[in-house]
Design a protein around this ligand. Structure first.
Ligand SMILES: [Zn+2]
Length: 289
């Protein structure tokens, strides 16, 4: 049997400087996955968000011959801080780190830098960093991506509609760990098979108040019990005669495919800006032209 073709090494830290120098002759794309170490209940790991971000970054890098910066874990972790093992950082610190990494990569010669968040709350830090780096810090070629917005894409919706399973962060976590080469047995397999109902996991005494605030704006909150923030879908079921982790891999792949057009769009915008330097807006003789 012929040996499977080895995948190209995409992680920046696993390449030599010579290899990166060679690569830079033909490409300039680097993904920066970032996400918190945050509690997710009994069977989804603390690293679910950075696992998802890194796995999707690897898939994207393979598609566009890009590279992947080591995932940043010094991130805002939201409401999960009372879970053992959650390690929260402020948004301010998170944004500063992303901006420092982006500036340094840009100075090194990377021409397209994509800050990749799997989901919220870390997406907000990516968005703030990308806006500051553009609007106030020299129109750097940096974009922030939010992977799970692609859960609404037709390809993912079709997978979710067909599978008949309770798909959430749990199955994508185990799939991401597999893809990254550190797959593990499912924790609490009996609980993971059953899952928990979605949507009712908040404490009923404050559920309505937080909903009222959340729909009108933003309010911080915290999880106080293990069943809160535990409904992330099942894992360990069968999907089309194979383990559901295969479905998780398909969803990660579909999310990467959905994000991919951002890579060329960033090039187009960057090059247009270069050809059209910023200048003061003047009075227009005829508005509307
Ligand atoms: Zn999560």
């Amino acid at each position: 049997m012929p040996e499977a073709k080895a995948e190209r090494i995409v992680h920046l830290d696993r390449l030599t400087s010579r290899e990166v120098g060679e690569w830079m002759k033909t490409n300039d794309v680097i993904f920066v996955p970032h996400g918190p170490i945050s509690g997710h209940g009994a069977w989804t790991t603390l690293g679910m968000h950075p696992h998802g971000a890194e796995a999707i970054a690897v898939l994207l890098a393979r598609k566009c011959n890009g590279l992947v910066f080591p995932p940043l874990h010094t991130c805002f972790a939201g409401a999960t801080r009372m879970y053992p093992g959650s390690v929260p950082f402020s948004y301010e610190y998170h944004v500063q780190t992303l901006k420092r990494v982006a500036h340094t990569l840009y100075q090194q010669g990377f021409g397209r830098i994509l800050l990749l968040a799997f989901t919220n709350p870390e997406d907000m830090a990516g968005a703030v960093a990308a806006r500051d780096l553009f609007d106030l810090e020299g129109e750097l070629p940096v974009a922030a991506l939010h992977a799970t917005r692609g859960m609404e894409s037709p390809a993912v919706k079709q997978l979710l509609g067909e599978c008949g399973l309770d798909v959430g962060e749990a199955v994508m976590d185990y799939a991401a760990m597999r893809l990254l080469g550190y797959g593990r047995p499912v924790a609490e397999p009996q609980l993971a098979l059953q899952g928990l109902p979605h949507g009712q996991d908040r404490n009923p005494e404050i559920r309505e108040a937080l909903y009222t605030l959340g729909i009108r704006g933003t309010r911080g909150f915290r999880y106080d019990a293990e069943h809160e923030h535990s409904s992330h879908g099942t894992v360990g079921q069968q999907w089309q005669g194979q383990p559901d982790i295969e479905l998780g891999l398909k969803i990660l792949e579909a999310l990467a495919e959905w994000l991919l057009p951002a890579v060329e769009a960033l090039k187009h915008h960057r090059d247009w800006l270069k050809a059209h330097p910023a200048k003061r807006v003047e009075k227009q003789a005829i508005l509307g032209q």
